[in-house]
Write a protein of this length. Structure first.
Length: 261
């Protein structure tokens, strides 16, 4: 951040103009006064350096720099949404593809409203957090769709039938060691069925959370366009973003350790 601030001051149009003017004066002096180039050019550079430090000490310069940074951050978040959406489209079914498209349309309306309308610190923060919410939504949706597809490919009925068959076998096994091994197999399958059912229930809850996030983005879109901003909106957004990030972390971890049958 500090390096970017310094570079912004160094390449500020005013300071570049001062440098060019100082160098021109130095060149004139060097042409007309013998050995003037020994002090003229260093003096020109010195004037430029003083001008740069004046910019760094200027409150107005800092305000403009911070404003540019906020705009850049919002543009970067908008780009991140677009980049993540391309990945998400590879994994969504038609139903969730439509939901994603609607959220992206709301996001576009929010960004367009921000650049067209009047800006304020609160509006900037709310737009920024709303875009963070869209980022979290797309990440969560992607992992949700991937995990949902993986679970749909697992046939719980097949595992249940295997449990029932092994239970029947257990009634006819006389060897204690073989019976113990069979019990372990049954226990593992029962744990797997329980885990699968729990995860499917969790995915249902995440599906509901995605619906809530979609509604939240749409609601804040209308409030931002109507210039109805409040601190309460910001707190709500921060809470939803944090919850979505936590859920996405859980799904990401589950996806890495896929259930194998």
């Amino acid at each position: 951040m500090k390096s970017r601030l310094f570079l912004s001051a160094a390449f500020r149009l005013r300071n570049i103009a001062i440098l060019l003017a100082a160098l021109c004066i130095a060149a004139i002096l060097a042409d007309n006064i013998p050995a003037a180039d020994v002090f003229a050019y260093p003096a020109a550079v010195g004037v430029y350096i003083i001008s740069v430090f004046q910019s760094l000490a200027s409150r107005k310069f800092h305000e403009k720099f911070n404003q540019r940074q906020k705009i850049r951050n919002i543009q970067n978040l908008n780009y991140t949404c677009l980049r993540l959406s391309y990945e998400a489209k590879r994994h969504t079914n038609p139903r969730y593809a439509q939901k994603l498209r609607k959220v992206l349309e709301d996001k576009d309306d929010i960004v367009n409203s921000f650049f067209r309308g009047e800006r304020s610190f609160l509006k900037e923060k709310i737009v920024e957090q709303t875009l963070n919410l869209v980022v979290s939504y797309i990440k969560l949706l992607t992992n949700f769709c991937i995990r949902n597809r993986e679970l749909s490919e697992i046939d719980i009925g097949e595992i249940t039938n295997r449990i029932n068959q092994n239970l029947r076998k257990l009634n006819f096994v006389n060897d204690p060691i073989a019976a113990e091994d069979l019990k372990k197999v049954i226990e593992m399958d029962e744990k797997l069925v329980k885990r699968l059912k729990e995860e499917k229930q969790e995915l249902e809850r995440i599906g509901t959370k995605l619906d809530y996030m979609e509604s939240t983005v749409n609601m804040f879109k209308h409030q931002i366009i109507s210039s109805i901003e409040s601190e309460e909106m910001l707190k709500t957004l921060e809470t939803v973003v944090n919850e979505a990030s936590a859920l996405d972390s859980v799904l990401e971890e589950r996806r890495k350790s896929r259930i194998r049958i």
